[in-house]
Design a protein around this ligand. Structure first.
Ligand code: FES
Ligand SMILES: [Fe+2]
Length: 411
């Protein structure tokens, strides 16, 4: 059980807080690249900071304070220019470094005063990779945006986001909680489908090991042994805020009470021919059934969301009764607090990648490796997303077309 002060320290994400400063050492996924192609400005809130993300006409991305330095107008209603973003109120303009590059009336009234040189807006680094825009809110020098092997699998990528109205830490605790698969997904999932059969094979043994990019969790169930990949390889609770089970599920802190779930899927396509995806689609998956006002329960990650929001906006860890199934959760909480203290003392936390020579197609453990495409005799269709509710028809149509074309080329 955690003390009240440890509980508070674990959940706070603002600048200057213990965990907030640790989290600021890592790149966070905050939007899809294609979103900014559709609309060049987007208001975002990240770790309690209100910001505007934009793509200017020369293709440069920027991430600035939401409020203009002049009289605080909302820059997400601003205009993108060849270079930078211009406020819609009186036309002050900024570039991605946060420099004020134009103040139309000031420059007319006092051409030699160079008032703009004394104005600087808060600006953060932003970098595209794998269809995602990654933001870094920490001190310089920034580490590299990691390049995972997963991004290089020949597949169809899509980015799926959901707004979850609870603190990020209880979402991340789910990343190191093997037993919940048996109950939340297998047993409850079956009951939701009206199946009243026997319960799923139960867990017999759990194992947890730390590695550079998080923890590996291992399990033996009634139907598996220690020879099984679920034990020999395990799955990845990814440090500091994701789960990797063959795709990434990031839990990005919006503020102390809200989390952006960012899932990065890469479905292997038929055949070995290289697959180039011009535009990686994105979609927002709703979590509430508007008719009933209840949470959506039909998809795997939606079931997780039900558990997380059910713990309260911020889970009160002083009221828990932990058991043997929570060994991984305890391990992770302790590591989070230790690493946060390390950062507060001026140290470098784990998992940062700074050497460009090493930042290429980095392997993460994955049960079964990249998923095979095996159609047998059946007409190939693209896999439907079983994890998140509401996959748009246009994404399904595009996938089906690609799968059919590539399968045909194989025959
Ligand atoms: S408030 Fe932005 S230019 Fe005046
Ligand atoms: Fe889950």
């Amino acid at each position: 059980m955690l003390s009240e002060s440890e509980n508070t320290a674990l959940m706070q994400v603002g600048a200057g807080t213990l965990m907030g400063e640790l989290l600021r050492r890592y790149w966070m996924p905050i939007a899809a690249v294609a979103e900014l192609d559709d609309n060049p400005t987007k208001q975002v809130r990240l770790m309690g900071e209100d910001l505007v993300l934009y793509k200017d006409k020369s293709g440069t991305h920027g991430l600035l304070d939401l409020h203009c330095q002049h009289r605080r107008a909302d820059l997400s209603y601003g205009m993108v220019e060849d270079c930078g973003l211009r406020c819609n109120y009186h036309g002050w303009a900024y570039d991605e470094s946060g420099a004020c590059i134009d103040q139309p009336f000031e420059e007319t009234a006092h051409p030699d005063a160079n008032y703009k040189d004394r104005i600087k807006i808060k600006a953060y680094k932003i970098e595209p990779k794998a269809g995602i825009l990654w933001a870094y809110l920490g001190p310089d020098p920034a580490p590299l945006v990691p390049d995972w092997e997963y991004y290089h699998v020949n597949g169809y990528k899509q980015v799926i986001m959901s707004y979850i109205p609870c603190n990020w830490m209880q979402c991340q605790e789910n990343s190191i909680d093997p037993v919940h698969f048996e109950w939340l997904h297998s047993n409850w999932g079956d009951r939701l489908l009206g199946k009243d059969g026997p319960y799923a094979p139960t867990h017999l043994k759990l194992g947890f090991d730390e590695f550079e990019h998080g923890f590996v969790y291992r399990r033996v169930r009634e139907d598996t042994t220690e020879e099984d990949a679920l034990w020999t390889q395990g799955r990845v609770c990814f440090w500091p805020n994701a789960l990797f089970t063959g795709f990434f599920e990031y839990r990005v802190p919006i503020d102390d009470s809200n989390t952006l779930s960012v899932a990065i899927f890469n479905n292997p396509v038929p055949g070995d021919e290289p697959f180039e995806q011009g535009r990686i689609p994105y979609w927002y998956s709703p979590i509430k059934d508007e008719k009933t006002g209840r949470w959506i329960t039909s998809h795997i990650m939606n079931q997780d969301f039900v558990a997380w929001v059910g713990q309260g906006t911020v889970a009160d860890r002083t009221q828990e009764h932990l058991g043997e199934s929570d060994r991984g959760v305890l391990l992770m909480r302790r590591k989070m607090l230790d690493q946060a203290k390390l950062v507060a003392d001026g140290g470098e936390p784990k998992g940062l990648i700074r050497d460009p020579a090493k930042n290429h197609s980095i392997h993460l453990p994955q049960v079964g490796g990249p998923r095979e495409v095996n159609f047998g005799d059946k007409e190939p269709t693209a896999p439907r997303n079983r994890h998140l509710y509401g996959q748009p028809q246009e994404v399904l149509d595009e996938m089906d077309r690609i799968w059919a074309e590539r399968a045909k080329a194989l025959t």
